[in-house]
Design a protein around this ligand. Structure first.
Ligand code: URP
Ligand code: ZN
Ligand code: ZN
Ligand code: ZN
Length: 473
């Protein structure tokens, strides 16, 4: 059915203005003053912001890790995302050595089909770059619309790839229009430091952080950036946590290289001391890279504001405290790595960023939606509110006050890493391609309603234009 959103304040990455939006056939049909249509349902958005739906470029749903599987699957995970104002996720599809890329994609299609309540795409992990994998990369770009490729520089003997694989992925992506993503930590040295810690009897959760120091994130980030420059390719660094890594990204960008960075809400509001809590509570905060010294929060905010970092991902990777995080009692290396943030990404950035005056409201939209659409081949179909775009829209009450808690969240996981945090601003109603997913804060969506998104190739021209218009960031 047609809908008209009336009286709301539309906010995009570039503009803030009052206008009505006519929605028809999943798309924004028109934007203007005093729109009317006798066949349309009218939604009154008085006093609300009207944002493009959030795009979370970094999730792990139903992902196997450390002998267990994340608690949220594509159904519970995307329901949580939708409640939080996110209408698109791009999830990481893991691959196995010796199997085809298409085989991995079909596994991820099985996990998501009939389950996702919002639209979704996949990034594809590259763990080894043999001839058949390198030949398959252009095929998945062309045929599957999977245009971004993830290389882990850490998790030795599990997910980690070597530098030769990273370099070959960069050159192949350059040739065929892919964007390479890295988890940048020096996995070899981390392996050494963790073994040493265990030998010394240091088994508590805090040693997860102490054996992955920021120098090792900075080193890997710089190495990946330099290999990108050598390959004349393009790189997106996921979950940037610290000054050491931000400096490497800023340096590469100042030289004109196509290096982009993401940070996550957890690194903006939590710090390393959370891992040091008694009774194994610290395990709730074990993910990689680890939480850092609090001084890094300011560095990350400044990097977001100045445009050295472009996006906010959640790195949603949820494990129950009881029964999953437990696996690492007495040995921190066995704590499954990850935390649940898909539901709070949007609100935390609004509350801590916009409400506290650290970023503008247009920068907020840019970071939680538009930039990811541009980098990952979804713009202008997604990431903005404009005629012809998908009607992925969030009606947001900027003054609602809420306390984040496991008691009220929609994720299936048994704790919140942000328990007790007060946030201002809350999504009220969320539309995915013109259909309600959340209506007046209640879930009304349908598992399977979300569609798989075939994405466009990496396009530096689109980004160039955007950088010119975004001066003033
Ligand atoms: O600890 C984390 N972040 N778990 C998910 C996998 C990853 O490294 O992104
Ligand atoms: Zn990672
Ligand atoms: Zn991740
Ligand atoms: Zn609800």
């Amino acid at each position: 059915m047609k809908k008209i959103i009336k009286n709301g304040m539309i906010v995009t990455a570039t503009d803030t203005y009052q206008a009505d939006i006519l929605i028809e056939n999943e798309k924004v049909k028109a934007i203007g003053q005093g729109l009317s249509d006798v066949y349309a349902e009218v939604i009154d958005a008085s006093g609300l912001y009207v944002f493009p739906g959030g795009i979370d470029p970094h999730t792990h749903m139903e992902m196997p890790f450390g002998g267990t599987v994340t608690k949220d699957d594509f159904e519970t995970g995307t329901m949580a995302a939708a409640h939080g104002g996110t209408t698109t996720i791009i999830d990481f599809c893991l691959t196995e050595k010796g199997k085809t890329l298409k085989n991995a994609l079909s596994t991820w299609h099985q996990k998501s089909k009939d389950k996702s309540v919002i639209d979704y795409g996949f990034h594809l992990q590259i763990v080894e770059a043999n001839e058949s994998v390198l030949e398959e990369i252009p095929v998945v770009i062309e045929e599957e619309g999977v245009t971004s490729f993830k290389v882990f520089m850490a998790y030795k003997n599990v997910l980690q790839a070597d530098d030769e694989t990273l370099y070959q992925t960069l050159t192949t992506a350059k040739k065929h229009g892919g964007l390479v993503m890295v988890h940048a930590e020096n996995g070899d040295v981390i392996e050494h430091l963790t073994k040493e810690a265990l030998r010394n009897g240091n088994t508590e959760p805090i040693y997860h952080a102490l054996t992955r120091p920021p120098e090792l994130e900075g080193e890997a980030t710089g190495r990946a950036a330099k290999l990108t420059a050598l390959a004349d390719s393009q790189l997106y660094v996921v979950h940037v946590t610290c000054k050491e890594a931000v400096e490497q990204i800023a340096e590469a960008r100042s030289k004109g290289f196509n290096v982009f960075g993401e940070t996550c809400p957890q690194y903006l509001v939590l710090d390393q001391s959370y891992l040091d809590q008694p009774d194994f509570e610290g395990a709730k905060y074990v993910w990689s890279p680890p939480l850092r010294d609090k001084s890094n929060q300011e560095v990350l905010w400044n990097a977001l504001k100045s445009g050295q970092l472009q996006t906010i991902g959640s790195d949603h990777c949820s494990f129950d405290f009881d029964g999953q995080k437990d696996l690492g009692k007495g040995d921190f290396t066995k704590i499954p790595n990850g935390g649940p943030f898909v539901e709070d990404r949007f609100s935390v950035l609004f509350s801590e960023g916009v409400k506290k005056g650290r970023i503008s409201i247009n920068q907020f939209v840019d970071m939680v939606s538009t930039q990811s659409a541009k980098l990952f081949g979804l713009f202008p179909r997604k990431g903005t509110i404009a005629p012809g775009a998908d009607a992925d829209i969030v009606l947001f009450d900027p003054n609602a006050e809420r306390t984040i808690s496991v008691d009220t969240h929609h994720s299936a996981v048994d704790y919140s890493a942000l328990e007790g945090m007060k946030v201002t601003g809350e999504p009220v109603t969320v539309l995915s391609r013109g259909e309600y997913v959340v209506k007046d804060k209640e879930f009304v969506g349908k598992p399977g309603a979300g569609k798989f998104l075939k994405r466009e190739k990496y396009n530096s021209d689109a980004l160039q234009r955007q950088e010119e218009t975004a001066t003033g960031r």
